[in-house]
Design a protein around this ligand. Structure first.
Ligand SMILES: *Cc1c(COP(=O)(O)O)cnc(C)c1O
Length: 389
């Protein structure tokens, strides 16, 4: 059998294990009501936490910017693709999080690959939480550094793994864990990094815009600064509702990334109009505190209701609220039953999460109403009753 003949065999096996993935076609804008395959669904699975992805002010900023900048950026940042829109956004992001500098990347995935590859090489050591995002794991492999993964949020294990670490040492952790919704123990991480004289990187894809003063993120919420967390990365396609990512830190960090981050150097700059839309989004995200308050109210309402039904939640206070179901088939069945009721919640299965911890990943947006949360709870209640019968 040749490589290509073997593909169908592997695909069939994947389907039998309930691990087959496929995409749905969404017609129309992102929002809590989605048009999917001609049906209106109530969605609880986007990362558009602040509900800005379809905000008319962002759309207008984008339109206006295309008049000034056109569409494509035309080249990489270091050739001729770095526009005044990118430049202004970088300065505003740096100012917002309180860093000397910030650097835009086209996606968060690329930012993580770029940072790890630029900072570390063979002979260095990277310590990572086992539940870190795939892009940090992939970035570790690309960097060539020795990777040690400590059990989730286990600071004693991290401390042990630090002993005998070779070369330059970097600890990297998600700020908010994307599949569990819980927070990294940032103060302890910062303390451990300081004591061991090594660097700390936080990936705040799910904290930026949602946590901290004006949405400055999980590091701000933990009361830490850039001396304690020198490498801060966050994405612009989740709470900010646009696309892309940035890394913030010292002048030397950013200049090093400009010289050495391959996913920065060897790729086309994001369209400048997207940078302008992101500038509009950043202003709104910072000013409209009600969005973060609404999220908190929805999360509390959901947790109280889900606990009353007897569902197994995780220790999360963020808009990521997983319901643990165990095996992949069960998670898939629940997701399908909710879909029959017009509610879209995705089943998250291995290898995205560890074996035996398949779940429904419920996420909230500031656009959800309390009535919509109640509709989800009612559907979950009737499903739980069906499963018990
Ligand atoms: C989504 C995500 C990324 C990747 O960001 P993209 O901009 O979607 O490529 C990186 N890290 C974490 C923790 C994420 O959740």
């Amino acid at each position: 059998m040749s490589l290509l003949d073997s593909l169908q065999v592997d695909l069939n096996a994947r389907r039998e294990q309930g691990l087959y993935r496929s995409h749905r076609v969404v017609d129309g804008p992102q929002g809590v009501q989605l048009r999917v395959d001609g049906r209106e669904l109530l969605s609880f699975c986007s990362n558009d936490y602040l509900g800005l992805a379809n905000d008319p002010r962002l759309a207008e900023a984008l339109r206006e910017a295309t008049r000034r900048y056109g569409v494509g950026s035309g080249a990489a940042h270091l050739i001729s693709g770095h526009s005044s829109a990118h430049h202004a956004l970088e300065e505003e992001l740096a100012g917002f999080v309180g860093a000397e500098r910030a650097l835009l990347f086209s996606t968060g995935y690329m930012a993580n690959l770029g940072v790890l590859g630029a900072l570390l090489g063979r002979g260095d050591t990277l310590l990572q939480d086992k539940l870190n995002h795939a892009s940090l794991i992939d970035g570790a492999a690309l960097s060539g550094a020795r990777l040690r993964r400590y059990p989730h949020n286990d600071m004693d294990a991290l401390q042990r793994q630090l002993e005998g670490a070779q070369g330059w040492v970097l600890i990297a952790s998600d700020g908010v864990f994307s599949m569990d919704g819980d927070l990294a123990p940032l103060q302890t991480l910062a303390q451990i990094a300081a004591n061991a004289d090594c660097a700390l990187m936080i990936d705040d894809a799910h904290g930026f815009g949602v946590l901290g003063e004006q949405g400055r993120g999980s590091v701000d919420a933990a009361g830490l600064n850039f001396d304690q967390v020198p490498v801060y990365m966050a994405t612009l396609g989740k709470a900010l509702g646009v696309a892309g990512a940035f890394v913030a830190g010292s002048e030397a960090l950013i200049e090093t990334l400009i010289q050495q981050a391959r996913s920065y150097v060897y790729t086309t700059a994001m369209p400048p109009a997207l940078a302008e839309a992101t500038r509009a989004s950043l202003r709104i995200a910072a000013e409209e505190q009600w969005r973060r308050e609404q999220l908190q109210a929805l999360v509390q309402r959901f947790r109280a209701g889900a606990q009353a039904i007897g569902l197994q939640l995780m220790a999360s206070a963020t808009p990521i609220q997983p319901i643990l179901l165990g095996d992949a088939q069960t998670a898939l069945r629940w997701s399908e039953r909710l879909l029959e009721r017009g509610i879209l919640v995705t089943a998250i299965r291995p290898p995205t999460v560890p074996q035996g911890s398949a779940r429904l990943r419920v996420t909230f947006s500031a656009q959800h109403s309390e009535a919509q949360v109640d509709r989800l709870l009612e559907a979950l209640q009737s499903l739980a009753e069906e499963e018990a019968a």
